[in-house]
Design a binder for this molecule. Structure first.
Ligand code: SAH
Ligand code: MG
Length: 198
């Protein structure tokens, strides 16, 4: 049983690698799943499903965890549906096929995991923080952007890339100055921000 699951997870990771789908790095997913176990996180909202890898890993970390996850890319959304079935997690992972900025949710979540378009992090944060329970956590991936946030901006040749790096830096400052949250930015995986509502 365990071997069968491990084989399926390996296949997910291989598919992601071959198709250039930026699923969470090993260190990051380890941190996220540990966080879920240790804090007994039950309800998760994820922005950016891709092929369902992180949603599946979060559910495997805790039997009581359920995930609502939003994805705007149809091919990835359909692939995620397939993968979730493979793990028999249809009852615990609910996918929404839409741009997250168009989605309105009424439920509250213990954890919101932001892992979508990096330039939109602040918009996602501000849009969905009303869906966070009291003292809930917002986790954001890719805070380091492959180390580019620590580079001299002038050295980044592409204008688009430079703008994206600037956006991530702005988001880091937005989090650090946010009085409503205790924020920690960890150099794990591609950099993870943990923001706990005070
Ligand atoms: N969390 C996944 C990886 C997500 S990759 C994992 O670790 O397994 C980021 C995904 O976010 C991409 O598939 C992209 O299509 C999606 N995305 C980006 N912007 C989005 C938006 N505004 N709304 C919904 N999905 C978005
Ligand atoms: Mg990511």
């Amino acid at each position: 049983m365990i071997n069968y699951m491990e084989e399926n997870i390996k296949e997910l990771k291989e598919y992601a690698y071959e198709n250039n789908i930026p699923i969470m790095q090993d260190e990051g997913i380890k941190y996220l799943t540990n966080y879920i176990k240790q804090n007994n996180i039950k309800k998760v909202l994820e922005i950016g499903t891709a092929i369902g890898y992180s949603a599946i890993m979060m559910c495997l970390a805790n039997k009581e965890t359920s995930v609502v996850s939003i994805e705007r890319d149809e091919k990835r959304y359909l692939e995620a549906i397939k993968n979730i079935k493979k793990f028999k997690l249809e009852d615990r992972i609910h996918l929404i096929f839409n741009d997250a900025l168009e989605v309105k949710l009424n439920d509250k979540y213990d954890l919101i995991f932001i892992d979508a378009a990096k330039a939109q992090n602040k918009n996602f944060f501000e849009k969905f923080e009303s869906n966070l329970i009291e003292h809930g956590t917002i986790i954001t991936d890719n805070m380091n952007f492959h180390g580019l946030v620590f580079e001299d901006e002038e050295k980044i040749e592409s204008r688009n890339l430079r703008q994206l790096v600037r956006k991530i830096k702005e988001y880091r400052i937005f989090l650090e100055n946010n009085q409503n949250y205790d924020v920690e930015i960890l150099n794990i995986g591609d950099g993870i921000a943990i923001s706990v509502k005070k």
